[in-house]
Design a protein around this ligand. Structure first.
Ligand SMILES: [Zn+2]
Length: 96
């Protein structure tokens, strides 16, 4: 079965291999393919249709996804820190 991956340029492409990371499109979250949170959601059946794949973390971040706090805690902390640095608008709006 072919997999839909995002490249680091943010464009989708079809690959025979699933990549190293999975992403949940509505939540814009990426994580390991064996992430317990993702597998639980897949078990409930509400996840698979929204699943995307990335070759690596750089591709996921380039596509606007954030790391999963459960399976990528170090990446998540780094993402949170960089986001906090960006979110210094006094009115709290987020135009991205
Ligand atoms: Zn995860």
């Amino acid at each position: 079965m072919p997999y839909k991956l995002f490249g680091s340029d943010g464009r989708e492409y079809i690959s025979d291999v699933p990549g190293t990371l999975g992403g949940y499109r509505p939540g814009k979250i990426y994580g390991r393919l064996d992430c317990a949170s993702a597998l639980r959601a897949i078990g409930k059946g509400g996840y698979v249709g929204h699943r995307v794949f990335f070759a690596d973390a750089a591709a996921a971040i380039a596509a606007g996804y954030r790391p999963c706090a459960k399976c990528c805690p170090a990446e998540y902390q780094a993402w949170k820190a960089s986001r906090a640095a960006q979110d210094k608008r006094p009115d709290g709006s987020n135009s991205s």
